[in-house]
Design a protein around this ligand. Structure first.
Ligand SMILES: [Zn+2]
Length: 205
């Protein structure tokens, strides 16, 4: 495989990018001056080396001071937030959208993806084990809000995590609610506006 094919393959793994678009990216880069390519490489490397995964919520954040002292993000270390509610979202972009709505002041857990229907090994796709540990070990949690897109894959993911948490929830007397029950079918959290999220949160059940 030459570098042209290899790059096409790498770009085709980007979200929403197919092989044709991936090829267009490669041609785009071929036409760019060397300075642009260097800038791109440097920034990708810098972004990666300064990004930390929060050990509480598993969200990725940029350590601007490069302190490496703490691997807890600003949301998890904010003492004014409620500790009794934890919201499970699929991706960092969903969390951003919920934060922008200003309607939620609890904790988060980022699953790191969704589970396709009929998938045989969901624990390999998302942080299912870590989620169970978090809910099991944290005695302050009184409510878990499952916040998935109201797409078939989002609903499948919600069902699987609810089933996996069943025993812990019963044992600890935790309430489970679904944000999606306040959203219309097919809604994607990443694109939902603040008003939609506020009303979905209010109507969660
Ligand atoms: Zn965090």
């Amino acid at each position: 495989m030459d570098s042209h094919d290899k790059l096409t393959e790498l770009f085709s793994h980007f979200p929403g990018i197919g092989p044709r678009q991936a090829k267009r990216f490669v041609y785009f880069l071929m036409n760019k001056p060397t300075s642009y390519i260097k800038d791109l490489i440097q920034n990708i490397e810098f972004m990666k080396s300064s990004t930390i995964e929060c050990k509480n919520c598993h969200r990725f954040f940029i350590d601007r001071n490069k302190s490496n002292r703490s691997s807890i993000c600003t949301i998890c270390s904010d003492e004014s937030r409620e500790n009794s509610v934890i919201m499970i979202v699929a991706r960092d972009s969903d969390l951003e959208s919920i934060e922008k709505s200003n309607a939620y002041k609890g904790q988060y857990f980022i699953l790191g993806g969704t589970i396709p229907i009929l998938d045989k090994e969901p624990e390999k796709r998302v942080r299912l084990k870590q989620l169970l540990n978090t809910v099991n070990e944290n005695n302050e949690i009184k409510e878990v809000i499952i916040s998935m897109n109201t797409t078939p894959e989002g609903e499948n993911t919600g069902n699987i995590i609810e089933e996996a948490m069943k025993d812990i929830i019963v044992k600890k007397g935790i309430k489970i609610t679904h944000l999606g029950r306040g959203l219309s079918t097919g809604a994607e959290l990443e694109y939902a506006d603040g008003e939609t999220i506020r009303s979905a949160l209010k109507n969660r059940s």
